[in-house]
Write a protein that binds this ligand. Sequence first.
Ligand code: AMP
Length: 597
Amino acid sequence: MDGKKLEFKGEEALRELERLTTNARELQEAILRDIISRNKETEYLRKYMMGAEDISKFKSMVPIVTYEHVQPYIERISNGEDSSIISGHPIVEMLRSSGTTRGKPRLMPSIAEDLDRRTYMYNLLMPIMSKYMPGLDKGKVMHLLFIKAETILPYGMPARSVLTSYYKSDHFRCREPDPFNNLTSPNEVILCPDSRQSMYCQLLSGLIHRHSVLRLGAVFASALLRSITFLEQNWRELANDIRLGQLNPSITDQACRAAMSHMLVSPNLTIADEIESICNKASWRGILVHLWPKVKCIEAVLTGTMAQYIPMLEFYSGGGIPLVCTMYASSESYFGVNLNPLCHPNDVSYTLLPNMAYLEFIELDNGLRCGNEEEVQKEKVIGLVDVKVGKYYEIVVTTFAGLYRYRVGDVLQVTGFYNNAPQFKFICRRNVILSIDLDKTNEEDLHKSITVAKEILEKQNYLLTEYTSYADSSSVPGHYVLFWEIKLMSEKLESGKAQSLVHPELIEGCCIAIEESLDYVYRRCRTNDRSVGPLEIRLLEYGTFEALMDLLISQGSSINQYKTPRCVEPGPALDLLNSKVMGSFFSPKDPTWNAGL
Ligand code: AMP
């Protein structure tokens, strides 16, 4: 980052944004020069640049890579080797990404000053919001923030999520009081490792301060919706605590109890009555503005895979206040901010800041491919300020902490420029077809897990003839649905007896086997975070997939190239599948998960 200043107030922040976006090209060049100069003696850069420092050599000699290429270096550092093999500054922790490779979460290197970069970006958000919503310093913020389990690598380095790292850092815990970010949740409650107790106390804090909350939200929409469902299940207990001025005995975490005792100093019958009468209503449409009447906006990431939650949040917010997506970030680097926070989530573009990392872009065709997926042609890779409006790109990042020309896996489309900095719409994660929370399942992962289930079916003389899938977010938490057509091996295809004869235990066994073979993050979301519900298999009438093919061809798919889609979206295809369901089976138990890698 150029300069060391992290904190900006009002106009000063807006001037900083003007400076950054106007000088995007120069700042990108400066950051790359700085990264090369600091890291040229690392084993990694020496291998490709032999100590040279020029930018042109970096672009011609350093390969564009995926995690498979970086993994051996990460493993060496995790096993005690000095981090100078990839970074000129000591790597202090590994950030556990929600992206996985061969079922395991990817670990991204991070150095101490990365916390400054994250703080810097957070500090730009409120001045941008205040430009459009004045008075946000006159009340409280109910942000539901959670940490996740962390592990210690063999030689003592922590491996944890980027948000866990941030909330545990002094940057967050010892922050200066800020009228724009006066959180309802005490730090102790955010830092409680038990997510149920944390959620209970955070909702309780928010309800106690219900008349002064101006903004509410969570980082991702999935977590916000989970909290609303939790509230639906627990509002009586929460109101009762406020009525008695006493914390529910099910909260056993001592730090939470101590922090909440400062808030529950005496019984508050008025607030308890208000909450009960609001929550007792038959419909929860607009519940968020009824419970928090001064709230001016709801904040959460609602772009990318989270867009599926827009209708539900519109329902709970009553549709009258803006849903705001403030930033785009990852474990690799924080990337950009939304300069137009009041726009609808479907129209959000992020302006990428040129002083976070060095950014490059692989041009994709309209099918969102870059030719040979593994080997990217050099001429298809361009710098941040050279991207073209309307085109699709995959983002590639080079960081101070030791990632060089690393493919993040996100697909973005350029929607315009702010000064000289491009603005991007988040399109999708490369290859991901199913996602409910932080889980990201691609076609290959799904296929592998289905193959395991197929073997189980075949041992019982059943054949899986066709399948597709759907991420069902109509319930909270959402869950994966697989649509299957099966037949008895001895049966003529068209007889369709199998679906009615099959034993439920057999299909439930398949649900278990599929969940066990899905990746680490999926199993963590299911078993630990409880942010994904049990997987469901819906057995279909014989001939449904043919009817699906007819439907899709009638909508323009080519007959010659027709392939069963491995995932469907809400719409006529899903309606057709749902109309042919003969039986539905859920996974009866949680898949195995342990915090160790
Ligand atoms: P992680 O590496 O687990 O921190 O996850 C980072 C990923 O989350 C990014 O690479 C994106 O795929 C996704 N993500 C983060 N912020 C946004 C956003 N604002 N909109 C859509 N997807 C996002």
